[in-house]
Design a protein around this ligand. Structure first.
Ligand code: SAH
Length: 347
């Protein structure tokens, strides 16, 4: 009960922490020490802050709590992929994934509990959105995976993709704050070039990102470059139309000169015709683009089926003929439901 009234100390900026101490008649510097314990050393209790006096720790304890995530369950796939079920301070659970390759370790993190959008092929969409994650809840997922990467693969985390549960641009401010922390020297000091934010396409927010000259990369889950087809599989496209998305992406490229990656799944009877391929090629023309053809991970009743390899090959051929970079991405961690679109808290 008491905890509910106390403020989460990690919601405070360094300046606010310094101000707290000066208001208590202590030195502002104490704020720096506490901040370092919270963000660099990952302290989960005030008692762990050993260079801070007992009285001060008590003072902190009567005013604040430290909310932090807890990795409830860790599953390992045959291919090395690790999935964490992450419990939040209020009991809700999100999932994050560690994807190891020969050279890299990538963290796939969640930005919301559930999702605000309604993509018909995605398991997370069926959960509906329950709440946004706070910046520290996003940051903590990254730290947990960085630790696992060091422990199991003897190397630090190298890349981060916001491709877990949720739509990052519907929780933009918190995602941005988390990225600031991840990239700052007081946090993990990672380069923003190693971070990719993946969106279903929220035009207004893409323009905002362009205006803010963000340094991380943008990926868009396109799946179709034909208005009606896209609406049939991603119903929110009726509101955030392909035309608006295209206009926002043109703006993004004009302002940032940063290449756009499109994620694209090819389904039987949905987007497997030459007309679909031509529309995608045309959509990719206005800015340097890369297309990631993702393998479909079946989520249930078989409403959606991956198109045969011959169709994927045709996509690759047509894109390459038009000078568009294309990769065919095999899914990882399928056996533990850790692949794209499968995150849905089955546990
Ligand atoms: N909301 C964001 C990020 C989460 S989804 C976005 O839409 O980009 C991460 C990627 O997985 C997206 O490209 C999404 O379209 C894709 N995806 C969702 N369900 C999938 C499934 N069942 N199989 C393969 N990819 C899927």
């Amino acid at each position: 009960m008491e905890n509910k009234k106390k403020k989460d100390v990690r919601a405070l900026t360094k300046e606010q922490l310094r101000a707290f101490f000066t208001a208590q008649g202590d030195q502002a510097f104490r704020g720096n020490q506490v901040y370092e314990w919270l963000w660099q050393k990952g302290a989960h209790s005030f008692d762990a802050m050993t260079n801070i006096s007992k009285e001060t720790r008590l003072l902190l304890d009567t005013n604040f709590v430290i909310n932090h995530i807890k990795v409830d369950q860790m599953q390992r796939s045959k291919d090395g992929t690790i999935k964490n079920a992450v419990r939040l301070h209020d009991g809700l659970v999100v999932e994050s994934v560690l994807i190891p390759t020969a050279k890299r370790t990538t963290a796939c993190v969640s930005s919301q509990v559930g999702c605000s959008l309604d993509c018909r092929f995605c398991a997370t969409a069926r959960l509906k959105r329950m709440r946004n994650l706070n910046p520290d809840e996003i940051y903590d997922q990254v730290v947990a995976i960085d630790n696992e990467s060091r422990l199991y693969f003897n190397r630090p985390l190298s890349n981060i993709v916001f491709m877990g549960m949720g739509e990052p641009l519907m929780n933009y401010n918190n995602v941005l704050k988390a990225i600031e922390k991840i990239t700052s020297v007081e946090g993990l000091g990672m380069s923003p070039k190693r971070i990719t934010v993946s969106t279903s396409g929220v035009p207004k927010m893409i323009k905002k990102m362009a205006d803010q000259r963000v340094k991380f990369k943008l990926a868009v889950s396109l799946h179709s470059a034909i208005e009606e087809t896209r609406t049939s599989i991603m119903p929110f496209n009726a509101t955030f139309t392909l035309q608006d998305l295209r206009e926002a992406l043109e703006y993004w490229y004009r302002e940032t000169k940063s290449r756009i990656t499109y994620e694209y799944v090819v389904w039987k009877d949905v987007n497997d015709s030459q007309k679909d391929i031509d529309a995608l090629v045309d959509f990719c023309r206005f800015a340097p683009s890369k297309v990631n053809l993702i393998e479909y991970n079946p989520i249930d009743d078989g409403e959606f089926q991956q198109a045969p390899t011959s169709v994927i090959d045709r996509y690759v051929e047509c894109l390459e003929q038009n000078g568009i970079t294309v990769t065919v991405r095999r899914s990882r961690g399928k056996d533990i439901d850790a692949a794209c679109g499968q995150l849905a808290n089955k546990s």
